[in-house]
Design a protein around this ligand. Structure first.
Ligand SMILES: [Zn+2]
Length: 359
């Protein structure tokens, strides 16, 4: 934590914002692409479940995920979020009780959303999913520039646009996406590399489980201080109108996050000094049920999102009931603040969500 003390001293002299010393020394960020807040807070949606256009195995889905009680329903779908995070962390975005989280960018699709999460700047010039090298500095890159964290920042993604979103050529952080070869020495990573080239690809890119396993094994072998794991399946299955697969991937990803929490709590380098942030890039349609598959500017409500946090500095309030509206652009500075730094860039940076780390 030397950098925190140094920052503290510097702040005293420069008058910039002082962050209290925190327990968080490592941070892991997960994103579930296009995962609707409606299912996060309400569990499986009966209108979609009962529509044979979207649901193939209704009985099976009902058995797995249905309960008449919404709180039980959401726990069946996201057991880690609604047990461990609900007991020890914070979950923002339940609009049914007046707690809102929104995209600040007006586009409500992936690249603008991920740009907003990591740069803290909803740049309106970022308005395409094309493979364009992002000109905006992101917080992962900023952290990698801090001496104690240099070379200790890594990102694993299913979607092959992330090297561009995080501009790996400029940022210098380790970004491994889709079928980028994993040229690392750990035997488990060699195995994952073989599997990802031989596997079938139902959504056209490597399955999320391989992205996750690569991230987990990298963490074990290389002990990064900042790790990002970007899942993609929920968005692709929703676009295809496959509600069974959309929920199946969401449930599996909750399990992977639980698995990484168990992993970090078993390692002295991470135990009780690691914060998890779980978020998404955009929402999807809601009111007109047939629009749940889609998102983007023309889809009402697709800019409605959610954030979950778990870590040693997080006040354990569970589901946040405050009548407030937070924005995705605040996540970048929050990541910086949790690690003891004030994220600054050449562009404006939105203020952090202080309730995430202030006791
Ligand atoms: Zn999409």
């Amino acid at each position: 934590m030397r950098q925190v003390r140094l920052l503290f001293v510097l702040c005293v002299f420069t008058g910039t914002q002082i962050f209290a010393q925190r327990k968080t020394e490592n941070i892991v960020i997960f994103t579930l692409d296009g995962m609707r807040w409606e299912e996060v807070f309400g569990g499986i949606d009966s209108a979609i479940l009962n529509n044979p256009k979207f649901t193939r195995e209704k009985d099976d889905l009902t058995k797995k995920f249905w309960s008449d009680d919404a709180k039980e329903r959401r726990k069946k779908l996201f057991p880690f979020i609604w047990t461990t995070v609900a007991a020890h962390g914070q979950i923002y975005g339940n609009r049914m009780i007046g707690n809102n989280v929104n995209n600040a960018n007006p586009y409500w699709f992936s690249y603008p959303g991920y740009n907003e999460i990591f740069t803290g700047y909803p740049d309106t010039a970022v308005n395409s999913n094309d493979k364009i090298k992002n000109k905006n500095t992101n917080v992962l890159e900023f952290l990698n520039q801090q001496r104690p964290l240099n070379g200790k920042v890594a990102a694993f993604s299913t979607w092959d646009c992330f090297p561009y979103i995080l501009n790996k050529w400029r940022s210098g952080i380790y970004v491994n996406s889709d079928v980028d070869s994993i040229k690392l020495n750990a035997p488990s990573l060699k195995l994952i590399d073989d599997i990802q080239f031989l596997t079938t690809k139902p959504i056209g890119v490597r399955p999320d489980i391989l992205t996750y396993m690569a991230g987990r094994e990298y963490l074990k072998a290389y002990k990064p201080r900042v790790l990002y794991v970007a899942f993609d399946e929920t968005d692709d299955y929703a676009h295809a109108g496959l509600y069974d697969q959309y929920l199946g991937s969401a449930h599996a990803e909750d399990g992977m996050i639980a698995d990484l929490w168990k992993t970090v709590q078993s390692m002295p380098e991470y135990k009780d000094k690691t914060t998890f942030i779980i978020a998404c890039d955009h929402g999807r349609g809601n009111k007109i049920k047939e629009q749940w598959t889609d998102h983007g500017q023309k889809v009402e409500d697709a800019g409605q999102i959610w954030i979950a946090v778990l870590g040693p500095d997080t006040t354990p309030i569970g589901e946040v009931k405050a009548q407030t509206t937070l924005y995705q652009e605040q996540i970048a500075a929050t990541i910086g603040a949790l690690m003891g730094y004030e994220f600054k860039a050449e562009h404006p940076v939105a203020k952090p969500i202080t309730t995430i780390y202030s006791k």
